[in-house]
Every structure is written in C-alpha cells, then in structure tokens.
Design a protein around this ligand. Sequence first.
Ligand SMILES: Nc1ncnc2c1ncn2[C@@H]1O[C@H](COP(=O)(O)OP(=O)(O)OP(=O)(O)O)[C@@H](O)[C@H]1O
Length: 231
Amino acid sequence: MLEVSHLNFAFGKQGLLSDLSFTLAAGSITGLVAPNGTGKTTLLRCLCGLLPSGPGVLHLNGIDLYRKRTAYLAQLFFLENSTQLYADLTVADHLKYVRKMWHSSVSIQDTVGELEVAGYYRKRIRDLSLGMKQHALLAMYLVADPQLLLIDEPLNGLDPTSIQQFERIFTQLKAAGKTLLVSSHQMDSVGRVSDDVFFLKDQHILAEPNTGQDMMAEYSRIFLGQEAAHG
Ligand SMILES: Nc1ncnc2c1ncn2[C@@H]1O[C@H](COP(=O)(O)OP(=O)(O)OP(=O)(O)O)[C@@H](O)[C@H]1O
C-alpha cells in the first residue's frame, strides 16, 4: 500500500528523519509515537509532499508522489490539526468541500450522525470547542473516504466517551481496508488500536508489533531508558 524508501528530512542543520524505509499495509493501524518535537508531524508532512523528503521514494498503491503527485494525493487525507480549519466557515461547508474535492460518495448525513456532529453542523468553526473541532476534523477524514489516513494527535482535547468513539471508528476504518497512521501521546489508546507502533527516535523508526505489551512501559524503556520494575 504505502511504500517508503530512504526518506530523509532536515530543517537546515537539524536532522529529523534519516533514511527511513517502511511499508504500511491496507487494513492496518500504525501508531506513531515520540516525545514532543521529535518529528512526528514532520514525517506526516513528508508523506504527503508538504515537505521534500530528499532522495526518498514514496509510493501509494504503486503511484509515485514525485511523478504523479495529484493521483498520489487523491488517495490520502491529512489535515494537521483543527487550527487549519476555516474559522468563518461552518462544519457543513468543510464537509461539502471535502466530499467534492475527494470525489467521495460517502453520505455527509450518515457521518454527521455517527460522529454526533449534528448539533453543531451549521455552526462556524470559530464558535466550536476544541473537542467539537476534533470531531469535525475526523468527520472530514470520513467524508473524504481516502485509502490512507494520516492523523496527527486526534485525541487531543477529547473526553473519555469521545476517545472510545474515535477508537471504534479507527477500528471500523481498518476493517474496511483503510490504512491509518496515527500519531499520539496517549499510550493506552495506542495499545488498544494499533497493529504496529513506530517509535521515532534519533531520526529512525523502531517498529514494534503490538502484542499487547504495556505501551507506556515500552515508551519509558525506549525514550527514558527505564526498564520496567519486576516482582
Ligand atoms: N517550519 C519549521 N522550521 C524549522 N523547524 C521546524 C519547523 N517546524 C517544526 N520544526 C522543528 O522540527 C522539530 C520537529 O517538529 P514536529 O512538529 O515534527 O514534532 P512532533 O514530534 O510532531 O512534536 P509534538 O509532539 O510536540 O507535536 C521541532 O524541533 C520543531 O521545532
């Protein structure tokens, strides 16, 4: 599905991603985990060509980002966070726009119902809370109906019920054959939904299958050098 070879990126002299190669399969969820400022968002930006990734090769279902940019991008959706929504437009405006631009046949009405966005569907973004904007953002992903969903910290600002709801939706998307790469600081959630976890460290990815291990302990081991206490 997504095939990445030799991806590199630096902001000037600050190297962030070094010679990354990995694949993401259809029907899978991969968690992307690292401390603040490590390069998670930068990687997501590189995967959709918002930042140049050196001599790296990016193929999405065999389509090369640098040779067939439009066809590559048509297969994915990425909106970094809710600050990128248009403050003066409504949720409805955003969903209609995305449905049209991504040539999607997904029902806006069904999505609005599933995500419980109906109560503020006609409100402007500037009048929504953070959690409401997060719901609107996820609704855009669902309405776009892409093959690849690159999602940056979707659980920020969500209440426990909404977290459960988002996790259920991620799992449904996976069951429908979609590919999700989801960055998160919420290790318990990463443990619940991910098939694999990419720990980004020292410009490289440590890829681990999710075997039900304690993800917070993994995080501490990898990033803090702390082994779990036994006994
Ligand atoms: N436009 C930019 N110009 C220069 N440096 C940048 C730019 N954007 C980000 N950076 C730097 O790149 C590094 C990685 O940032 P990035 O946003 O990818 O981290 P992150 O892992 O997503 O962090 P967080 O968990 O805090 O969201 C940081 O040190 C940041 O200061």
